[in-house]
Design a protein around this ligand. Sequence first.
Ligand SMILES: CC(C)(COP(=O)(O)OP(=O)(O)OC[C@H]1O[C@@H](n2cnc3c(N)ncnc32)[C@H](O)[C@@H]1OP(=O)(O)O)[C@@H](O)C(=O)NCCC(=O)NCCS
Length: 146
Amino acid sequence: MFLIRQFTPKDFQQVISIEKDAFREHDPFLYMKLYEMSSEGFLVAEKDGIIAGFVVGILISDIEGKIFSIAVNKKNRGCGVATLLIKTLLNTFRKKGVTNVELEVRKSNLIAQELYQKLGFYVIGMAPRYYCDGESAIIMRKIINH
Ligand SMILES: CC(C)(COP(=O)(O)OP(=O)(O)OC[C@H]1O[C@@H](n2cnc3c(N)ncnc32)[C@H](O)[C@@H]1OP(=O)(O)O)[C@@H](O)C(=O)NCCC(=O)NCCS
């Protein structure tokens, strides 16, 4: 059973190790900045004291949220952890009055695109050469009904 809760600084090492393993672009300091900016949208999934995954959501305006980053450690993938993290984040956004949530995902990352589609996100455009290595991003949006 995974517990979804807010990130605290003592989770930093575990979160950064998941992040390093999951992404080609790696920036630990960014995560502390994101926590300072938006602690409510920084959630972790914990099981038996171990962090299995995290999501970072930020508010762009009073009605717009963004999923900045999500990752689950390899041994806990495919068990619904990301789904649980995103659903909890969407609830946090809903309580704050957010109506639109957007995200960018690598064009090649079909697993993440499928995850987002299952959660009601749809493609609204593309950002060419969005990532440092030149890969384009697919931009997705979900409308939150109140
Ligand atoms: C993308 C990621 C966060 C998914 O985490 P997860 O906890 O395994 O996802 P879930 O178990 O909640 O899966 C939800 C859906 O995602 C899709 N999915 C997950 N793993 C998949 C796989 N190996 N192959 C195909 N689809 C997959 C499925 O549609 C799945 O729904 P289903 O269980 O009904 O089949 C995880 O693979 C990860 O950390 N990847 C590296 C980081 C990353 O790509 N982050 C997204 C950046 S935009």
